[in-house]
Design a protein around this ligand. Sequence first.
Ligand SMILES: Nc1nc2c(ncn2[C@@H]2O[C@H](COP(=O)(O)OP(=O)(O)O)[C@@H](O)[C@H]2O)c(=O)[nH]1
Ligand SMILES: [Mg+2]
Length: 456
Amino acid sequence: MFENLSNRLQAVFSGLKKTGSIDEVALDAAMRDIRRALLEADVSLDIVKKFIVEVKQKAIGQEIIQSISPSQMIIKLVNDELVNILGNDTATINIDGEKPSSLMLVGLQGSGKTTSIAKLANFIKIKFNKNILLVSLDVNRPAAFEQLQILANNINVEILPKVENQTSKNIAKRAIAVAEINNIDLILFDTAGRTSIDDNLMQELKDIEKIVNPIETLLTLDSMTGQDAINVAKNFSEKINITGSILTRVDGDARGGAALSLKMSTGCPIKFIGNGEKIDDIEIFHPDRIANRILDMGDVITLVEKAAENIDQLDAEKMAARLQQGEFDLNDLLSQINQMKKMGGISSMLKFIPGMKKLGDKANDASDDAVKKQEAIILSMTKLERRKPKMINSSRKQRIAKGSGTVVSEVNRILKQHRKMADMMKKISKKGMSGLQDLGLPQDFNNQIPPEFLKK
Ligand SMILES: Nc1nc2c(ncn2[C@@H]2O[C@H](COP(=O)(O)OP(=O)(O)O)[C@@H](O)[C@H]2O)c(=O)[nH]1
Ligand SMILES: [Mg+2]
């Protein structure tokens, strides 16, 4: 899967300049090529557009990290956006309902239901050590039961025996009864398909859904049908509660458009991919690993992530140097707020300070909300205003309050708070920690400060 896209993207990246800065012209050209590569991979136009906009916006707004070349930065951004459209987190399969719980597989005829259900049964049996019962509800297709029976025998999993002339609904009821007396953990239902979506099929599936009350209903989609698979997914999701999909035949699909469009177009997460006809040819769908496979740039991604971590360190050092000069403007306050957010907010920080644990437990979301508000206010100021808060007159205050969804008194509060902190910084930088006395802190406060911190 994705061979073509992978080749195309790698060609784009190798065309990027390795050093120096990347200008908008070069970025535009790269994005044009990436756009074409995605369209050729049969990704839907809406998603391609969104993809390009996201990457471009981030590329333009991105601070250039020292030691990282712009082309490496772009590779990272493309990687992140790929992961994003593939669905971000790995979707887990739910198999822990009340016993016996049911899992249903639905999909068009030939999409790979029967094959996938056997693969899945084998996977769950080995990985989770569950007692499984396989059930064929496909009474239309001749030999549908026998196909599943052969697979069940191969993997050594129980299958519900056939009773001639039973309807799918009756088979489902019988399966649940049998499972209850046989200590079965999980029933896997293989359902009937049609060559195209029709109302009878949907009604039948809805009826079965009601009877078996599944904790998972997985939709099998043939990856080779590309955009058609997306339409099938949309149709099924409208009628029944699909909890995820299994994308089959990805071994024959060089483009991968369905995989790249499915999550964004339908909201339906891909949980597994089928990559062959054998029982082991099933894989959990990990968006980040797939993106990695497409770009084949794992080293670059790690490099950029590491460098981004170092940036935080550099920021902190820069701020410390400014503080030593007694400088503390609203940009500094903002980066303090950001640092705090990264560490999990006030409440989680206080817990680490001796004697503050109780307070930390008490400090609740309210204080973290207050922090968010402060951040919004500072972000609504211009860069110059943040550097020179004195210039913030009443009309500016009104604009800032409006921009941050707050009121002028809240803007005043943060300005006052900043003034206090800036005063404190100035005093400390002049007199060392003893400067704190001038701020009205108790006399004995000094006694608790190790002497080496006090300026003589
Ligand atoms: N190459 C390949 N073939 C598959 C895959 N999954 C299913 N098939 C084949 O697709 C055909 C139809 O599969 P089947 O499970 O009977 O589909 P159903 O009608 O939905 O139950 C069979 O020949 C399978 O061997 C897959 O991941 N890769
Ligand atoms: Mg079948």
